[in-house]
Ligand binder design. Structure first.
Ligand code: IMP
Ligand code: MG
Length: 187
């Protein structure tokens, strides 16, 4: 049976907010800016954000870090695995980590400390969605797309059990009887 997905943020709302975020970032005038997209969940957000940053007149380079935090289920864990690391030299560069959701904060705290440890000049965080009530680590986002209700969301890059990343909007799966769906991958 195909589950019902309720829309939380539609395509127009996302596009308008991403454009505004690019404008907010542009006024910060970063030094040798490196955008680091945290895979997998950020891939659509990052793709849209960097193009809006270009339209806002910014110069940047792009890198990718693939981190995985979930063992199984939809709860994050302390066990963060680096599946792919940033290749570029980050020394003396302003970095913006781009991620889909800031939840416990463990993933982004890990990534931020890793890049600062390699000599980054600064590391800021751009999160499409923020779930502040779920925070476990001492970290906040410098740029937030939307505050997210305490629901498991999918679409616009975000998955449940590897499914739904392709949706052009952000929604949540309506629970069914008996419970269907899958498990998050934490990427
Ligand atoms: P953390 O708990 O802040 O370390 O977040 C870990 C990662 O889990 C996020 O970057 C997302 O990729 C994923 N995640 C957290 N909440 C959700 C959700 O509601 N839907 C899909 N993925 C999620
Ligand atoms: Mg993520």
């Amino acid at each position: 049976m195909t589950p019902t997905i309720n829309t939380l943020f539609d395509e127009d709302a996302i596009a308008a907010r991403v454009s505004d975020l690019a404008g907010e970032i542009a006024v910060s005038d970063p030094h040798r800016l490196l955008i680091v997209a945290v895979l997998k969940g950020s891939f659509i957000f990052a793709a849209d954000l960097v193009r809006e940053m270009h339209r806002a007149g910014m110069t940047l380079e792009m890198e990718f870090m693939h981190l995985s935090s979930y063992g199984a289920g939809t709860e994050g864990s302390d066990n963060i695995r680096v599946l792919r690391d940033v290749e570029s030299d980050v020394n003396d560069r302003d970095i913006i980590l781009v991620d889909d959701i800031l939840e416990s904060g463990r993933t982004l705290k890990f990534a931020k400390e890793r890049l600062l440890g390699r000599g980054a000049r600064s590391v800021r965080v751009a999160a499409l969605l923020d779930k502040p009530e779920k925070r476990k680590a001492a970290i906040s986002a410098d740029y937030v797309g939307f505050a997210c209700p305490d629901k498991f969301v999918v679409g616009y890059g975000m998955d449940m059990g590897h499914a739904w990343r392709q949706l052009p909007f952000i929604g949540y799966v309506v629970p069914q009887e008996p419970a269907g769906g899958g498990e998050a991958t934490g990427e």
